[in-house]
Design a protein around this ligand. Structure first.
Ligand code: SAH
Length: 218
């Protein structure tokens, strides 16, 4: 069961979450605003409702997790979202991250390889921003060639390598944000494809994600 009511108590907890990610270094006001507007507790089982605004990852079923609020904010900030950006997200999971992107007025194309999670994403449909989101059941390593090219590609699972097919689906001038396996954890990378198609790589801090796996799961 998931919650569908957003009370003043939830809003209070959310405000504290936003204050804390600001203190952790997120400075983009639009990103902080989107984190304030999207009720994170809608994306979790109601058993976690009281804790939904803590700096934690939570199980969302099928052994997968919704990312920490700071991680969501960090990846979103790195993408530098502009209204009407066309974004490919790999790993829909709870669809929380997809809703944050849509809240920033991006057009989101999000893929999930686990059928149960793909089908379980009913809650985000309660949000007005969901009109900007299209969900797909498939393997993110393949991307969505039919809808390419994208302005931005966001990977929300631990990638074993940089998928060439996803680089190919990026527009010249486009940006990919990808947590790439490095030892036990993942190094957050921002890869910019310049107008000649050359790649510029920037490295940020380490994070911990569930693995990006090939193929679909029934
Ligand atoms: N963005 C999510 C975080 C989900 S965790 C959220 O906001 O809740 C990572 C998700 O990526 C999991 O749901 C996992 O099943 C999915 N995943 C892993 N490998 C994938 C792949 N190759 N294609 C699509 N989804 C994948």
């Amino acid at each position: 069961m998931r919650a569908t009511e957003d009370t003043y108590l939830h809003k209070g907890m959310r405000k504290k979450m936003v204050d804390s990610i600001r203190e952790m270094g997120i400075s983009e006001e639009a990103v902080l605003g989107a984190m304030m507007n999207v009720p994170r507790h809608f994306f979790l089982d109601s058993a976690f409702e009281k804790h939904a605004y803590e700096e934690k990852a939570f199980l969302i079923g099928e052994d997968q997790t919704i990312s920490h609020p700071y991680t969501v904010a960090f990846q979103t900030q790195l993408l530098g979202i502009k209204p009407f950006d066309k974004i490919l997200e790999v790993g829909t999971g709870s669809a929380y991250q997809a809703c944050i992107l849509a809240e920033l007025k991006a057009k989101v194309f999000t893929i999930e390889r686990q059928k149960k999670l793909f089908e379980g994403n009913k809650n985000f449909k309660l949000l007005t921003s969901s009109l900007l989101i299209k969900t797909f059941y498939g393997d993110g390593f393949e991307g969505l060639p039919t809808y390419a090219p994208f302005d931005k590609v966001l990977i929300t699972a631990a990638a074993p390598f940089i998928p060439q097919k996803l680089i190919d689906q990026l527009k010249p001038g486009g940006i990919m944000v990808i947590p790439l396996n490095e030892g036990e954890n993942q190094r957050m990378l921002r890869i910019t494809k310049d107008i000649n198609g050359d790649l510029i790589e920037e490295r940020f801090s380490e994070f911990s994600f569930v693995p990006m796996l090939g193929g679909k799961k029934e």
